[in-house]
Design a protein around this ligand. Structure first.
Ligand SMILES: Nc1nc2c(c(=O)[nH]1)N[C@H]1C(S)=C(S)[C@@H](COP(=O)(O)OP(=O)(O)OC[C@H]3O[C@@H](n4cnc5c(=O)[nH]c(N)nc54)[C@H](O)[C@@H]3O)O[C@H]1N2
Ligand SMILES: Nc1nc2c(c(=O)[nH]1)N[C@H]1C(S)=C(S)[C@@H](COP(=O)(O)OP(=O)(O)OC[C@H]3O[C@@H](n4cnc5c(=O)[nH]c(N)nc54)[C@H](O)[C@@H]3O)O[C@H]1N2
Ligand code: SF4
Ligand SMILES: [Mo]
Length: 707
């Protein structure tokens, strides 16, 4: 198929060339999951006709996917052919949020957006417009192209803090780069697998594929998580820490490792920056000390340390969950110190992984128009949207109000912290909002103009992966329904109307991909697609940092230069510790809330599919049975979850396997599913984590009141 066939409208002739094999009239076509999940699964999609798909399966062409995908994407037909999909551009006709819209043409809709942006910018300056996006699709062309428009127009820049800022910072602070050991090594080689601060049974099923292969061979599985998740249920050992205390656990474990002779001093001297200082420091932090902070028993801490110290190949899969606290970067770094103390990196099946995305050579210069970035333009924090829209001067960097937004691939009216403020902001009459979406989400309901978007099987794109090492190109599999158009179309058409010039606006996504790949020294798009992805595995030595960590002196840092990441770095402990800046429980707010992901929702996505709604049932607070007994709360009772930021009402469920004073609410449910009309993010905080920001969804003190 030639690049010319990839003109983005119309999506015709995506036919025969993609067919892999023919089975009873159904064609099976390769694709890649675009969702915000580190697995980035290689898929096989049944194409029933040029406009319909059947089953979606995990592909065997990728050794990480290994034929397994999650249930929600397996049933993608339910989402892509959903009767509620947006099909036409619409203009708001009722009050904001009222869901009253009238259909209009694409050209009228785009004209209105451009006119509004031009008028607002004339009044307040270009920074008053804030293009706002996230990772509803992880495709680099469709996701990040919005930055090209922003850079060309000098609109406010965007600090994407909602997901990986804290975990990236904490990981990179020690090892120096966002890469690590390959999870596939655990299949044959690990004798201990630690799943730390994540719930892959819900959030990235492929980790379990590999962890369970190890377990079947006799490897031990340890899960560190505040509650008994589906992942913890599979474990030999579940360490139910208090939220936000992983730094204390890691330091207590290091105390034992040094004291009982599990530290590898030859490795420490060769590969790390300050082993003597670390050893002296952790000698003062006993398991008793860690026990008081984490709520784990001294025995649990000591026996986990011994298990870790005695393992020949201990693999830690560091997830994001335990980084979503004010001290999350610090805690992530503390955990990454463990394999540096024991030298676990030396073994195949040993070491750690948080993500691989730092190692792909792909250049985003063309996609994002990086040659046009003006660093004098203010950068606004995605997670502080509520503060920004309600006029907080500091959050606005003392600049003009935000009066125009273009939103793609995200649903902030559900997923942002401090939701009351987010909603108040979206209701502002002087704010003009354009939302490009697949469904009339709660964010789209606030929009002045709604534009219908394609789904991943209806456009071309390419993807890095975090959980594995392949870079994958995809082609559209079916034609888009109705008048759905891809993100690149919206960006390019707005650019024309706004007078933004850049060659990227005149290219097709396929041409952009091909050129970006070429300048990055990678396979061209067609070759990548034909071969099912290009593997950027760095080999055993480098992926295990045996040729040195990714710093000039090649040494792992027990003492990161936290101040280099942001001014608040100066406030952080120099060596790993319990950094006590979390939203601790108080008399008035005795519970610590973790707002964890649900299995069959993916952030706000799939909350619209019937099978996911059926499985997740309703918003529920999982509580320790003793807490329930003490408060007279029984299964199904209504409870108020609240704090100074807001409150909501959910049903209670007693659940063992979590400490007293810890409460879990799974899933980012639509606000309309709560009798208060506002969901769990009413209580989560937009306070930035240390040292350089990042959302703190699992770090919230609340009261629970039986209603
Ligand atoms: N089904 C499903 N899959 C998803 C998502 C989803 O919403 N649903 N979201 C996607 C996205 S955007 C991302 S970033 C990834 C995230 O996936 P993960 O990396 O797994 O991270 P989280 O989902 O934030 O964390 C979940 C787990 O962290 C635990 N946790 C919370 N606080 C702490 C703590 O202080 N210490 C420890 N040890 N554990 C803690 C929670 O109890 C929860 O079980 O998953 C992706 N995949
Ligand atoms: N309580 C609580 N809140 C959280 C979290 C938590 O753990 N607990 N996790 C946080 C995290 S880690 C994240 S990453 C955020 C994510 O939150 P969101 O950014 O909202 O993530 P998604 O639900 O993945 O995607 C949002 C939207 O993108 C749209 N979309 C998908 N593909 C396309 C496309 O090609 N074009 C266009 N125009 N739209 C598209 C989908 O229809 C969907 O409505 O949520 C955060 N919020
Ligand atoms: S596990 Fe993650 S990447 Fe794989 S199909 Fe499901 S959502 Fe997509
Ligand atoms: Mo995320």
């Amino acid at each position: 198929m030639s690049p010319d066939d990839h003109a983005y409208v119309p999506h015709s002739d995506k036919g025969g060339a993609q067919a892999k094999h023919q089975e009873s009239g159904i064609t099976t076509v390769p694709s890649v999951c675009p969702h915000d999940c580190t697995s980035t699964c290689a898929l096989e999609v049944e194409r029933l006709s040029p406009t319909r798909i059947g089953r979606v399966r995990g592909s065997m062409r990728n050794g990480y996917t290994a034929g397994v995908i999650c249930e929600k994407v397996a049933r993608y037909a339910e989402r892509i052919h959903h009767p509620d999909r947006l099909m036409k551009p619409m203009r708001r006709t009722g009050p904001k949020g009222s869901r009253q819209f009238a259909e209009i043409s694409w050209s009228d809709a785009l004209d209105i957006v451009a006119e509004q942006f031009i008028a607002k910018a004339r009044q307040h300056g270009s920074e008053t417009i804030w293009p706002y996006y996230y990772a509803g699709t992880m495709g680099l062309v469709q996701r990040d192209g919005i930055n090209r428009l922003r850079n060309a127009m000098k609109y406010s820049r965007f600090m994407g803090t909602i997901c990986v800022t804290l975990s990236d910072t904490g990981w990179i602070a020690g090892v120096g780069a966002k890469r690590g050991a390959d999870v596939r090594e655990v299949d044959e080689h690990s004798d201990l697998v630690v799943i730390w601060g994540g719930n892959p049974v819900n959030t990235q099923v492929n980790v379990m594929t590999h962890a369970m292969k190890a377990k079947k061979r006799g490897a031990k599985l340890v899960v560190v998580d505040p509650y008994r998740t589906g992942t913890a249920e599979q474990a030999d050992v579940h360490l139910a820490v208090r939220p936000g205390t992983d730094g204390a656990l890691a330091v207590g474990v290091m105390h034992v490792l040094f004291k009982e002779g599990y530290a590898d001093w030859d490795y420490l001297r060769k590969y790390t920056d300050a082993p003597d200082e670390l050893a002296a420091h952790v000698a003062t932090r006993t398991p008793e000390w860690a026990s008081k902070i984490t709520g784990l028993s001294v025995e649990e801490i000591v026996s986990f340390a011994r298990l870790y110290g005695q393992a020949k190949a201990a693999f830690i899969r560091c997830h994001h969950g335990f980084s979503r606290s004010r001290n999350g970067a610090h805690n992530m770094h503390a955990v990454t110190c463990l394999p540096a103390v024991t030298g676990a990196w030396k073994a195949k099946g040993g070491g750690a992984l948080y993500g691989h995305t730092g190692m792909y050579p792909i250049s985003k210069k063309l996609i994002e128009g990086q040659d046009m970035i003006d660093p004098s333009i203010r950068e606004l924090d995605q997670s502080r949207l509520g503060q920004i829209l309600t006029g907080d001067a500091a959050a606005l960097k003392n600049g003009p109000p935000v009066t125009g937004m273009l939103i793609q691939n995200t649903n902030p009216a559900m997923v942002c912290p401090e939701l009351e403020k987010v909603h108040a902001g979206f209701r502002r009459e002087d704010l003009f909002t354009c939302v490009h979406e697949q469904f009339l989400t709660e964010t789209a309901a606030y929009a002045d103009i709604v534009l219908p978007a394609t789904m991943f099987l209806e456009h071309d794109d390419f993807y890095t992966a975090s959980g594995h090492t392949y870079f994958q190109v995809t082609k559209a599999v079916i034609e888009p329904p109705g008048e759905c158009r891809e993100n690149h179309y919206v960006i390019s058409e707005l650019a024309r109307r706004l007078g933004a010039t850049h060659r990227g606006f005149d290219m097709t996504p396929w041409e952009i991909m091909d050129e970006a790949l070429k300048v990055s020294g990678m396979w061209d798009a067609e070759t990548n697609w034909r071969k099912g992805g290009q593997d950027f595995h760095l080999g055993f030595e480098t992926s295990h940092f045996l040729d040195g960590f990714a710093w000039p002196d090649k040494k792992f840092r027990f003492k990161p230069d936290w101040a280099a990441y942001g001014p608040r770095g100066k406030e952080m402990p120099v060596l790993p510790d319990h950094f006590d800046v979390i939203d601790n429980a108080t008399e008035e707010k005795p519970f610590r809330l973790v707002a964890a992901p649900a299995r069959t929702f993916l952030n706000s996505t799939f909350t619209e599919t019937p099978s996911s709604q059926k499985r997740e049932v309703r918003p529920t607070a999982l509580m320790n049975p003793e807490d329930c007994a003490a408060m007279g709360i029984a299964e199904g009772d209504r409870v108020e979850v609240g704090n100074e930021r807001g409150k909501t009402i959910v049903k209670a469920r007693p659940k063992s396997g979590q400490q007293r004073g810890v409460v879990i609410v799974e899933g980012i449910w639509p606000n309309r599913n709560f009798e208060t009309g506002i969901g769990i993010n009413a209580v989560t905080s937009a306070e930035p984590g240390w040292p350089n920001g990042g959302a703190v969804f699992h770090d919230t003190a609340v009261w629970i009141r039986k209603l």
